[in-house]
Design a binder for this molecule. Structure first.
Ligand code: SF4
Length: 230
C-alpha cells in the first residue's frame, strides 16, 4: 500500500531547522551521517524511554506488532482507543493532513480521557521539545476527532494532557503539560506543513551553510553540504 503520509514528526522538526535537511531526509536519507557520540545519545534516550514505559506493565507496543508497516499504525491505534476501558499504548500512530506521528506513550483512562507523553532524556525543556509536543497535539487532536464519537470528543479532549516527560537529573521523571502552548501554535503549524509540502514537491533547495547547521542539533547532512561548497 502506498504511504498515506508525506511528513513525520521528526521530519517536521528537521524542516524547522532547515528545509534542505528536510528534503535530503526524505529523498536522500543515505547521505545522513551520525557521529558515534550522537548514536550513543540516541541509545541512552531509548533506555530512559523504556524505563518510563516500564511503569505501564500492561502497555501494548504497536511497533512490536507492526514493525515498518507505517500505514497500519493509525488503524490499529484507532481500534485500540475505541475499545472501552483503560489502556496504555506505546508508539501509537495518528495521521492528519499528511503528517504521521507516533506518540511514545498514550494512556487512556477508564473515563476515556487521554494522556500523551513525549519522553526526552534531558533535564530541561527546550523550544525544540515544545515544537515536538505541538506537532503531536496538532495531529492527535484532529485524528481523535475522527476516532471518537463527536459528542464525547470535546469533553475528552478538554480532560486530556499532552505531557513532556523529562529527566529530573537522577533518572527520575518530571512532567510538564504543554497542551495550552501547543494549542496556541496550531495556526503556525498548519502554515509550516503547507510550506514543507511545497519544499518536497520542488527541486532540492539551495541553502547556504550557517548557524542552522548546528542549531538545535548538528545536522546529519553537513558532510554532503560541505562537499557541495567545494
Ligand atoms: S548542513 Fe546546513 S545547509 Fe546543509 S542541510 Fe544541514 S542544516 Fe541545511
Amino acid at each position: 500500500m502506498a504511504n498515506t503520509y508525506l511528513l513525520t514528526k521528526s521530519k517536521y522538526i528537521r524542516g524547522l531547522q532547515c528545509e534542505k535537511a528536510l528534503y535530503l531526509e526524505v529523498f536522500k536519507p543515505k547521505l545522513a551521517f551520525y557521529p558515534p557520540e550522537t548514536l550513543a545519545k540516541f541509545r541512552q534516550g531509548r533506555v530512559f524511554e523504556k524505563t518510563f514505559k516500564d511503569t505501564f506493565p500492561n502497555g501494548i507496543d504497536l511497533s512490536a506488532r507492526l514493525r515498518y508497516r507505517m500505514d497500519s499504525y493509525p488503524v490499529l491505534t484507532a481500534q485500540l482507543l475505541q475499545t472501552p476501558g483503560e489502556t496504555a499504548l506505546f508508539e501509537a500512530g495518528f495521521l492528519y493532513n499528511g503528517v504521521l506521528v507516533l506518540a511514545d506513550v498514550v494512556h487512556k483512562h477508564a473515563d476515556g480521557s487521554i494522556d500523551i507523553y513525549e519522553v526526552k532524556n534531558s533535564t530541561a525543556v527546550s523550544d525544540t521539545f515544545r515544537n515536538d509536543v505541538a506537532i503531536q497535539y496538532y495531529v492527535i487532536r484532529h485524528a481523535l476527532a475522527a476516532i471518537l464519537p463527536q459528542d464525547l470528543f470535546c469533553d475528552r479532549l478538554s480532560l486530556s494532557h499532552f505531557y513532556l516527560l523529562y529527566n529530573d537529573g537522577a533518572d527520575g521523571f518530571v512532567k510538564q503539560d504543554l497542551k495550552e502552548q501547543a494549542h496556541a501554535a496550531c495556526g503556525l503549524i498548519e502554515q509550516n506543513i503547507a510550506r514543507f509540502k511545497q519544499v518536497l514537491a520542488a527541486e532540492e533547495p539551495s541553502m547556504p551553510m550557517s548557524d542552522q547547521c548546528d542549531t538545535p542539533y548538528e545536522c546529519p547532512f553537513k558532510r554532503y553540504c560541505k562537499r557541495l561548497k567545494k
